[in-house]
Design a protein around this ligand. Structure first.
Ligand SMILES: [Zn+2]
Length: 78
């Protein structure tokens, strides 16, 4: 049984809220699976809607579409 925590992901440049996300486990956030993004506050283009900073790249991870986080571009609050 996997425990999911709802976390909030913010732009490290301007502190805009980007995603609310259901994260498995407590490790460093390296990716967001698309089907676990609970609320998406971006325009879906992997950029901060406020400052335009690119914070993730589209990747297939374990066969599922995901957003690979660019380290240093976001921070997380639980
Ligand atoms: Zn920003």
């Amino acid at each position: 049984m996997i425990n999911f925590n709802t976390i909030k992901i913010y732009c490290s440049g301007c502190s805009s809220l980007l995603y609310e996300y259901h994260k498995a486990g407590s490790g460093l956030l390296v990716k967001c699976y698309k089907d676990r993004i609970k609320e998406d506050y971006t325009r879906g283009d992997l950029r901060c809607p406020k400052c335009g900073s690119e914070f993730a790249r589209e990747r297939m991870i374990h066969g599922k579409p995901a957003h690979k986080i660019i380290q240093g571009k976001v921070y997380v609050k639980t």
